[in-house]
Design a binder for this molecule. Structure first.
Ligand code: ARG
Ligand code: ASP
Length: 689
């Protein structure tokens, strides 16, 4: 019996089964995981997933914009991502007359596809380990600063050489495992990307921020774009002469559907995780950082909601801003709860005790204590930094003032672009936010973390409210006509504008008193974490360690699964159109579906139309829009979210409750056809079964 157990354990650690479905793996090293993936049902080879020499699935995945993922689904550059990833672009094409956010948008032929300034998609050409090249010339006697400069110079050379290999390339060297390993990533960047289709928000954002981060979910969170290239299929600026991009590889679509237990594979770009940090950092996150940020954002959201509910124009103006504020706000609540429920701090402390014992007499002795001391030194300052960025930086007029001044300083002939700011600015929201944020700053910051300027102004006016009234009366930055007419000759007087003055005083304080301390401590923490990461790997030599996310391409595999959100409750992994109809309520903005959808449902036969599903893939912010692939390598869904009870997966993964949420690809097809009447798009897709 004991023998059997031992061999099971050995097998488990060798193949990584012990990790359950935790992990976001590097595609270039997928041969190390492919055995486990195949054991769990995957039918493709490592070469099918990632190859430099032949077309592989990686060639059908892109980094979409600066923080989402997208996938190619036709040999004419058709791309799928989330509605919330295309949101800003859809909004930019929208006005009260042409409200594509509200009504949806469907190009009925290629000539109607809408170009998007500033939108790019990046295809990974290759990734390769370059640790030796990056550290060439480094020796252990060097300081961290010297090491940084060695790395900078060597990386610069690698990047330059890589970029010379072709047109439209971008390269970067990224640190993995806290700088124990370096990888070169080479991307090809396409910059003519056009909007093809988007459902109305009442489908694409169905459930809104009420359902965000939650199950059961019924959001049709997709939008459709097309990549264009020049005649040689190379990246080019927007031009009428451009032609649809021909990909090396695109996904076939599976209409087979999913059921509990099915293998799932998410291929995308998770942004940032910290799975290997010590208990002190987790403690700070769950006990200080998350609660304080949540409290501040609650105030901002309440203010925004009040005005958005009162006016459709304000709702359009603030929809994107509000979604952004709300999104992290809700995630942090789940994260705080999850860390507490999992007792991650205590678990990490227990691990650290074992680690310390093992570390005696090694280079890792005392390391954890040292890290703890560094966090203790940093955290009060870091708290001030976070507080500053969630309060002062949340007041729109202040950043606008600074933006205008620096435009005029940079280019003396430039005219400030007031148009885009005022298009989405509603002053009463900003005024109330000012009062709420500055009052919070006053009551929550220790005296030693308040700028002199702040104390003086409060003393002068007697209250934040009186200060605010005077500032908004006197500042020029609330007046669109006046701002548009500003020239560099006005700079002297702008330096005395109360909005600019406040911004500037806080900036000076932040860069002189706060940031240097945080930066210095962080540099030391980074160094200690590099040792700690290496130490953890030495301590558990049989464990498979995946590197923390850094917006580079990763593979996360798992299976379709429900979960128990609380005692006595079970959430099934699949949602259907029937559930949308159950939630439908014309009185509630987030649940008011288009009449067309009600009519289609009323015709009957659509009860079982699949909408979303849950799986155990380890994903993070940035994985939105990622292709979800079945055992045959075909597209079954688009990843867009995680469940609230599992958002601590950025810090600690609990296989019991960490679930990613995906749109079932069949709901996309249903909406394109029945709501968008754009089924002509299916002609260029390839259906697997
Ligand atoms: N929670 C998802 C993610 O982090 C979706 C966010 C967009 N949706 C929203 N209702 N705010 O990005
Ligand atoms: N919704 C997230 C995104 O936009 C995904 C996640 O955090 O799970 O990337």
């Amino acid at each position: 019996m004991k023998r059997i157990l031992l061999s099971i354990l050995a097998l488990a650690s060798f193949t990584g089964i012990a990790l359950a479905d935790e992990g976001m793996w590097l595609p270039a090293l997928i041969s190390q995981r492919i055995g486990d993936m195949q054991a769990k049902g995957f039918k493709l080879s490592a070469e099918d997933v990632y190859s430099v020499n032949q077309a592989s699935l990686k060639d059908a995945v892109v980094l979409f914009g600066g923080g989402c993922t997208g996938e190619i689904v036709s040999d004419e550059g058709l791309l799928l991502t989330n509605h919330h990833c295309g949101y800003g672009f859809i909004q930019r094409h929208s006005s009260v007359e042409h409200d594509y956010l509200k009504d949806g948008f469907w190009a009925m032929d290629r000539s109607q596809e809408l170009p998007n300034r500033g939108l790019t998609v990046s295809f990974l050409q290759r990734m390769e380990e370059v640790t030796d090249q990056v550290l060439k010339g480094y020796d252990k006697s060097m300081t961290e600063l010297q090491r940084d400069s060695v790395i900078r110079v060597n990386s610069g050379e690698l990047v330059r050489a890589a970029m010379e290999e072709g047109k439209g390339l971008r390269a970067s060297v990224e640190a993995l495992y806290y700088g124990n390993q370096y990888f070169l990533f080479v991307y090809k960047i396409y910059r003519d990307v056009r909007l093809v289709g988007a459902p109305p928000s009442s489908i694409g954002k169905f459930g809104g921020d009420t359902d965000n981060w939650m199950w059961p979910r019924h959001t049709g969170d997709f939008s459709i774009f097309r990549i264009y290239a020049d005649k040689d299929n190379e990246p080019a600026d927007y031009s009428e002469d451009n032609v649809p991009y021909k990909p090396r590889r695109f996904f076939k679509i599976s209409r087979k559907g999913v059921k509990e237990g099915d293998f799932t594979f998410v291929y995308g770009c998770p942004g940032s995780t910290k799975e290997y940090v010590m208990s002190e950092e987790v403690k700070y996150t769950a006990e200080v950082s998350d609660p304080q940020k949540i409290a501040l954002r609650t105030k901002r959201l309440d203010i925004q909601k009040k005005y958005m509910n009162a006016s459709q124009a304000v709702r359009i103006q603030y929809s994107s801003k509000n979604a952004g504020v709300s999104n992290a706000w809700k995630k942090w609540q789940g994260e705080e709860k999850g860390i507490k429920k999992m007792k991650t701090v205590a678990a990490k402390q227990a691990f650290e005790r074992k680690f310390n014992k093992w570390a005696e007499g090694t280079e890792y002795e005392g390391l954890v204590d040292k890290l703890g001391a560094l966090y203790a030194e940093r955290n009060p300052y870091f708290r001030a930094q976070e507080y500053y960025s969630e309060t002062v930086r949340a007041i729109e007029i202040l950043s606008f003032a600074s933006g205008v001044v620096s435009t005029l300083e940079r280019d003396r002939s430039a005219a400030p672009n007031a148009e885009s700011f005022f298009k989405d600015y509603y002053q009463p929201i900003d005024e109330e936010t000012f009062v709420a944020m500055m009052e919070a700053f006053d009551s929550q910051m220790e005296d030693r973390f308040k700028p002199e300027y702040f104390k003086e102004k409060l003393a002068e006016y007697g209250s934040v409210k009186a200060w605010k009234d005077d500032l908004f009366k006197k500042t020029v930055f609330t007046d669109k006509a006046k701002v548009s007419a500003l020239t560099s000759a006005d700079l002297e007087s702008l330096y005395e504008d109360p909005a600019y003055e406040l911004y500037n005083a806080f900036m000076a304080w932040f860069y002189e008193d706060i940031r240097p301390v945080v930066d210095e401590a962080n540099a030391k923490i980074r160094l200690a974490n590099r040792d700690y990461m290496r130490g953890q790997m030495a301590f558990e030599p049989d464990k498979a360690f995946y590197p923390d996310a850094n917006l580079t391409l990763r593979v996360a595999y798992g299976h379709v699964a429900g979960y128990h959100p609380a005692d006595g409750m079970y959430y099934a992994p699949v949602s259907t159109l029937k559930g949308i109809i159950e939630k439908d309520n014309p009185e509630i903005f987030d649940y008011n579906i288009p009449q067309a959808l009600r009519d289609i449902y009323a015709q009957g036969g659509h009860d079982d139309q699949a909408v979303c599903f849950l799986a155990t893939n380890h994903t993070s912010g940035g994985n939105s829009g990622s292709p979800v692939i079945n055992a045959d390598g075909n597209l079954i869904g688009i990843n867009f979210d995680r469940v609230w009870e599992g958002t601590m997966s950025d810090i600690a993964f609990d296989p019991e409750v960490c679930r990613n949420i995906s749109l079932d690809i069949r709901y996309l097809l249903f909406v394109v056809d029945k709501i968008g009447h754009a089924s002509y798009l299916f002609d260029e897709m390839d259906f697997a079964d």
